[in-house]
Write a protein of this length. Structure first.
Length: 63
């Protein structure tokens, strides 16, 4: 393989890697925003306790 072909192959690999990193950064940003929105939604729901705190405290597992 000559120098020119090897240089082109290396540049193509670098471009693919940069594109992959860009997509991953975008996905991470979206996930962070979704997580923050979920936390805000849960904290603003106003329900701090279950309507019947004693219900569901015990489970009968005998068959």
């Amino acid at each position: 393989m000559d120098i020119a072909a090897m240089s082109m192959a290396m540049n193509q690999a670098q471009v693919k890697q940069q594109a992959s990193l860009s997509v991953m950064k975008s996905a991470m940003t979206t996930a962070e925003q979704d997580g923050a929105a979920l936390i805000d939604m849960l904290s603003s729901s106003g329900v701090s306790q279950a309507p019947h705190p004693n219900l569901g405290a015990q489970i009968d597992i005998k068959a």
